[in-house]
Design a protein around this ligand. Structure first.
Ligand SMILES: Cc1ncc(COP(=O)(O)O)c(C=O)c1O
Length: 356
């Protein structure tokens, strides 16, 4: 092997853009990362305080992931043997791609899809077939069905980030059923959406459904991801592929406590859905944007040539949303996360003032 192979490899990584994390601002209304500020920070603080009494930080979290898995299984009403965990669903995505895909694989997905997933495919040089969103910001089931034989992995985020689109249940079920390779359905935003396909994993050995406590449970900072798949896949993942201690003790114990109080979080998710409708309606009333329906905790709207100006002017007023540029046929797309009612009102007032 040539002596400079290592530098060549470093050079190839250096050429990649990597996942671009959001810009960091302080003292702003942060509506750019699909976090969940509708959850009370004091409520979460109390859960974390409670975990302090239970934990001994000197110990490895032996048996911790397993207890969290039991709580997650109870929450989603699936068998414990069908649930695995990861350090955020990001880590689960990474381990699945790193171990099950290669340059010879082909992934069928949408354009756009979850940004981290796209970057991971680039890192591992995995070729992708991308089906673009149409002008109404929806996906054509036929395009997925006609391409399904050309790929051996299907990845769909349901609902999709950043558009908020979710297939009709029957359509997604059909796509999953027709696909013979590995199917990854990322349900990060499922609690804000119309349905889940998690039950299909009972029958389909090739289906992996990704979930997270980062969104509806507001625990993005603790990095608790999980997934549902058939027993054999979960066993191979948890025993061999996954690290021995993927989650730290604070995350495990807080996750378990949060799941015991799932009703609180699901009630807030309902409130977020109502706020989402309010944001969509108010933005539509302004009659200058194309505002897309959403099944997630964010709203995508196209502001065409005005998007840069709006994004910048909102930052000047202490409100940060995500500037995405062109998506499908729409120029100047902006994505706003649904926050607390007060945050949403501040955003709506600021944007209305900008237009006057
Ligand atoms: C579709 C999708 N999947 C996964 C994630 C990441 O979730 P986690 O915080 O569990 O890594 C996100 C976060 O934005 C997402 O939008």
């Amino acid at each position: 092997m040539r002596k400079d192979w290592f530098q060549k490899k470093v050079d190839s990584f250096s050429r990649l853009s990597g996942y671009k994390k959001p810009d960091k601002y302080s003292n702003v209304i942060k509506l750019d990362s699909n976090e969940n500020y509708a959850i009370s920070s004091e409520f979460l603080q109390e859960l974390i305080n409670e975990t302090r009494e239970k934990m001994d930080a000197r110990e490895y979290p032996l048996g911790g992931s397993e207890r969290l898995v039991s709580s997650l299984a109870r929450y989603i009403k699936m068998p414990t043997e069908m649930v695995g965990v990861g350090n955020g669903s990001d880590q689960i995505i990474d381990l699945i791609l790193g171990n099950f895909a290669s340059k010879e694989s082909k992934i069928l997905t949408s354009e756009p899809t979850f940004g981290f997933f796209e970057e991971r495919c680039k890192l591992y040089s995995i070729p992708t077939i991308k089906i673009p969103f149409d002008g109404k910001m929806s996906l054509d089931i036929e395009k997925f069905l006609s391409n399904s034989k050309k790929a051996n992995i299907l990845y769909l985020d349901s609902p999709n980030n950043p558009t908020g689109f979710q297939f009709q249940r029957k359509e997604l079920e059909k796509i999953i059923q027709e696909f013979t390779g590995l199917v990854i359905i990322d349900e990060a935003y499922v609690e804000f959406s119309d349905y889940s396909v998690v039950d299909m994993a009972r029958k389909l050995n090739n289906l992996v459904v990704l979930r997270t406590l980062s969104k509806s449970f507001g625990l993005a900072g603790l990095r608790i991801g999980y997934f549902v798949a058939n027993k054999k896949t979960v066993d191979a993942f948890a025993r061999v592929i996954q690290y021995p201690y993927p989650l730290n003790t604070v995350a495990i114990e807080t996750g378990i406590l949060a799941l015991q109080k799932s009703k609180y979080f699901l009630d807030i998710a309902d409130m977020v859905k109502k706020e989402r409708t309010r944001i969509i309606e108010k933005l539509r009333e302004m009659k200058v944007f194309k505002v897309f329906d959403s099944k997630a905790n964010f709203v995508l709207f196209a502001a065409d040539g005005a998007s840069q100006r709006i994004h910048k002017a909102l930052i000047e007023q202490g409100i940060v949303i995500k500037n995405l540029g062109k998506i499908g046929r729409h120029e100047g797309c902006l994505r706003v996360t649904v926050g607390s009612r007060e945050m949403n009102s501040r955003f709506l007032t600021a944007i209305r003032d900008l237009l006057n």
